[in-house]
Design a protein around this ligand. Structure first.
Ligand code: HEM
Length: 402
């Protein structure tokens, strides 16, 4: 089996499950060559991914969680500054603590009604057209609006920020020259305006909270704020969008499962959503770097070597999940790793679940005879998996009383 988890071509129609299967069966800790770097260990079994992600004392999130090192085109810190995603405890713990309370299950639940209202607004905007690009017009709208709400920004600005995120996440060769750095600069420029606005008029929102927060008795400076801002806009955008879009494809490709779900949506939505998370795993990988000589599943790992955890591969491991290659919306328990594990486990997972449920509820209840109206086009990315365009057709359904 030819293994290439770097080329975007391997991700051109979703995650490379054939390669993952071969790796899990034959080389679960596989040395992967990299023409642009020293190579890395690809980890594909559930138990290994689970363990590496928790083990920050052996496996560091510094200098970056991308395969490419910062000096080689990967995203890293800005001088001495780093995003929390690329820090280890105890620094990471101090930064995460600043916003943790905004993301607990009870805090997320307080936003449920508002998020449902946003989902209604999103579907209202497309329902009479009979067709749309599900990625841009439905799935992408939700996380843009939610991040704007969280930060206390106009909804329309959330959309603009989202467009910038998309550019930042697109492979540079697929963009006009300089478009990527320009998008980061615009994002920072916008962030600077937020700093001015929220310092002048503090409000009850996450942006104000971050500006007033202290680490070791010191307030966050502008760059620390901007990195938090970038992380939140980035982490919550593509991921949720891709789950909704790839999830819709999975539902349409499995009509009996979709029928099962629609037969009792309120009761079945939670298990269906978890199965879609397992099935799609929108974050392809996170990288760690060995801090010292260590080992994974009997394979020695040397200090400084890169270790890459493939969440989508772990989520189809037959040792963990029965019939892993079957979409079974009723699957319980479903302890997937789509949100990661350990100290960096997705901070936004409760909000993400509420967003996913809200959109699926509106879409499945209100758009009837939903079907693909063309072939989905997938993102050319080995890091984030999901369709870029998803043309769909539908008819408005009569609204049932809830
Ligand atoms: C379906 C949607 C989502 C998926 C699949 C997802 C997945 C992930 C994954 C895999 C990680 C890394 C975990 C690890 O290293 O173990 C992560 C981290 C993170 N996510 Fe999410 N995410 C989603 C939605 C969101 C949303 C909506 C937000 C915020 C509004 C968010 C905020 C974050 C943050 C801040 C981190 C970094 C946490 C840290 O470094 O401590 N995510 N997410």
């Amino acid at each position: 089996m030819k293994i290439d988890l770097l080329t975007p071509a391997s991700f051109a129609s979703g995650q490379p499950h054939e390669q993952y299967r071969w790796l899990r069966d034959h080389a679960p800790v596989h040395w992967h060559q990299d023409p642009d770097g020293p190579g890395f260990w690809a980890i594909t079994r559930f138990d290994d991914v689970w363990a590496v992600d928790r083990d920050f004392s052996n496996f560091s999130s510094e200098p970056t969680i991308m395969i490419q090192d910062p000096e080689n085109g990967g995203v890293g810190g800005f001088g001495p500054y780093k995003m929390m995603l690329m820090m280890d405890p105890p620094d990471h713990t101090a930064f995460r603590k600043l916003i943790r309370s905004e993301f607990t299950l009870p805090s997320a639940k307080l936003r449920q009604d508002r998020i449902q209202a946003l989902a209604k607004q999103i579907v209202d905007a497309v329902i009479d057209k009979g067709e749309c690009d599900f990625v841009a017009e439905v799935a992408g709208e939700m996380p843009s609006y939610v991040i704007a709400e969280l930060m206390g920004l106009p909804l329309e600005d959330g959309r603009e920020l989202y467009k910038l995120t998309e550019i930042i996440h697109t492979a540079p060769e697929a963009l006009p020259e300089g478009a990527g750095p320009m998008a980061v600069a615009k994002m920072f420029e916008y962030g600077q305006d937020v700093i001015k606005e929220k310092r002048a008029r503090p409000a009850n929102d996450l942006a104000t909270k971050l500006l007033q927060a202290e680490v070791d008795g010191k307030r966050l400076d502008d760059i620390e704020f901007l990195l938090f801002f970038l992380l939140l806009v980035d982490a919550g955008g593509d991921t949720t969008r891709n789950l909704l879009s790839a999830g819709l494809i999975a539902l349409l490709e499995n009509p009996s499962e979709l029928a099962w779900l629609k037969a009792d949506l309120p009761q079945r939505l939670a298990s269906a959503r978890e199965e879609l998370l397992r099935w799609c795993s929108p974050v392809v990988y996170m990288r760690r770097t060995a801090r010292r000589d260590t080992g994974i599943g009997g394979q020695p790992i040397k200090a400084g070597e890169k270790v890459v955890m493939y969440f989508g591969a772990a989520n189809r491991d037959g040792e963990k999940f029965t019939e892993p290659d079957r979409l079974r919306l009723s699957r319980t328990p479903n302890e997937h790793l789509a949100f990661g594990n350990g100290p960096h486990v997705c901070l936004g997972q409760h909000i993400a679940r509420i967003e996913i449920d809200a959109v699926l509820r509106e879409v499945l209840e209100r758009l009837q005879d939903l079907e693909l109206a063309g072939a989905p086009e997938w993102l050319p990315s080995n890091f984030i998996s999901g369709p870029k365009h998803l043309p769909v057709r539908f008819r408005p359904a009569k609204r049932k009383a809830r």
